[in-house]
Design a protein around this ligand. Structure first.
Ligand code: NAD
Length: 483
């Protein structure tokens, strides 16, 4: 039974019914029961206040988000299956941070253009003009954070957005639209449409859409980028990864183990930047594995609103099947050594047993050619790869078509920067893993994406340049003068 009212479309500043009348369901991953019916289909359109006024609206929306943090986090927990300890401290907060960041940025003149004096009586000025109607298409792993990272920059830059959440986790979208309206955003500036890939594809090819900002899998991103760029639409692609984490021989063992666990088990491994290929010096093997196993009990599956729980189920039945089949493949076909975990369900209370629970799983003695090492699993599955020299580890770390994130643990300052410099990835960490503040521009290299979100560079993807040459000489330079 659905336990929440149906989610409809949001456009022209209010909730509206879908003309198609089509619906689909969203499911609580901890128990496998439906939460709400979602209506699907399409609307559209525009206006635009000046930057300082936009800044005030975005600031107010950030404030409302913070005030309603726990209520929104609760819905995210039910919709995505993430522990409340996580959604209440990360998902809404990191989204509101980006709204505040861009509000301050544009309020302080961050979108001003440049003026260049060419000659005494001529100059060039540039303007950063909005793109118009932009589409935001989200993944299911950080629903409200993704919605905010896209819409904050989009709206700050003066555009309007049609946002399509993932069909697996749609509940946050209407709430965010209502918050923007309450904060004073004019009707029609932030709109929500629901549906699966067909609705996403419709948005991507719609002639009124000037830009598509997409977060999702590489294979979907390739289709979206192909369709959008053929029509000269701007694109930002935030895609998947298979990121390397290199632990150097001099690294602090405790930090290395904590880093590897955060890089693999946080959010039940459903983080795009996960460091799933953990390169460990062969000399550290025994100590690393021992400490890792000692700490595995700190990963606590359980009731999602329990304050001890830090590990939820996977987000859907389909995704559960995918992750379990990778774990089976690792054992049966890749023949990696299973250090802990496996395909059986973890111990959870009776009422949760139908949920999409999986154990934190570690494979060791992995080799570069194994499928579990090459492909993004997007679950709590760590692969440990042993190496002899740091140069070798860097080379193997880069031997992938993906380049989302990378990291290194070492006490040697020079080594830290040298290794990071050599790693082919857009988001990198030294002696830590996963933090992604509003100030930090993030985006993948290679097939992991195009462009960045957040930071000063992030907003540049939501504007187009206009250069104007002004001539005050009083005469037009012409070759067509009388002889
Ligand atoms: P997905 O590609 O299956 O779906 C993403 C979105 O695309 C959904 O809203 C879906 O409805 C839509 N879609 C599907 N087909 C489409 C089409 N043909 N045209 C337009 N839209 C279409 O991805 P997912 O399974 O929801 O998300 C998990 C993936 O997202 C992982 O690979 C993860 O690494 C990646 N991810 C990346 C980042 C990042 O910032 N780089 C962040 C979060 C997740």
């Amino acid at each position: 039974m659905a336990t929440s009212s149906p989610r409809q479309l949001y456009y022209d500043g209010q909730v509206r019914a879908a003309s198609s009348g089509k619906t689909f369901q969203t499911v609580n991953p901890a128990t496998a029961t439906p939460i709400a019916d979602i209506q699907s289909r399409i609307p559209f359109m525009v206006p635009n206040p000046p930057p300082i006024a936009r800044a005030r609206i975005l600031q107010k929306a950030a404030l409302i988000l913070r005030q309603r943090n726990d209520e929104i986090a609760r819905v995210e927990t039910l919709d995505c299956g993430k522990a409340f300890t996580e959604t209440s401290t990360v998902d809404v907060v990191t989204g509101a941070d980006v709204l505040e960041y861009y509000a301050n940025f544009i309020g302080g003149g961050g979108l001003n253009g440049e003026t260049t004096q060419l000659r005494e009586d001529a100059w060039v000025y540039t303007k950063k003009a909005p793109l118009g109607v932009c589409a935001g298409i989200g993944a299911w792993n950080y629903p409200i954070q993704i919605a905010l990272w896209k819409s904050a920059a989009c709206l700050a830059a003066g555009n309007t957005m049609v946002y399509k959440p993932s069909e697996y986790t749609p509940l946050h979208a209407q709430t965010l639209a209502e918050i923007y309206t309450e904060a004073g955003l004019p009707a029609g500036v932030f709109n929500v449409v629901h549906g699966a890939g067909d609705v996403g594809a419709y948005l991507t090819s719609h002639p009124a859409v000037a830009k598509v900002s997409f977060t999702g899998q590489v294979a979907t991103g390739q289709k979206v980028a192909g369709a959008a760029s053929g029509n000269m639409k701007y694109v930002t692609m935030e895609l998947g990864g298979k990121s390397p984490l290199i632990i150097c021989p001099d690294a602090d063992l405790e930090n290395a183990v904590d880093g590897a666990m955060m890089a693999n088990f946080y959010s039940t491994g459903q983080v795009c930047t996960n460091g799933t290929r953990v390169f460990v010096p062969r000399s550290m093997k025994a100590a690393f594995e021992k400490r890792l196993l000692e700490k595995i009990p700190y990963v606590r599956a359980g009731p999602l609103f329990d304050e001890q729980t830090n590990f939820g189920p996977l987000s859907s039945a389909v995704h559960y099947e995918k992750v379990i089949s990778y774990i089976r493949h690792g054992i049966q076909t890749d023949r990696a050594t299973l250090l802990c975990g496996g395909p059986e369900k973890p111990d959870v209370p009776q009422d949760l047993q139908a949920g999409f629970w999986v154990k934190p799983t570690i494979f060791t003695d992995c080799t570069d050619s194994m499928r579990i090492v090459k492909e993004e699993i997007f679950g709590p599955v760590m692969s440990i790869l042993y190496y002899d020299t740091v140069e070798e580890a860097v080379k193997r770390a880069n031997a992938t078509e993906l380049g989302l994130a990378a990291g290194v643990f070492t006490k040697d300052l020079n080594q830290a920067h040298r290794v990071i410099d050599q790693l082919q990835a857009g988001i990198t960490w030294i002696n830590t893993w996963g933090e992604s503040p509003a100030e930090m521009a993030v985006g993948g290299w290679k097939k992991s994406g195009l462009g960045v979100e957040n930071g000063r560079r992030g907003i540049e993807a939501w504007v187009q340049n206009k250069s104007t040459l002004v001539d005050m000489s009083g005469a037009v330079v012409t070759v067509f003068a009388k002889l």
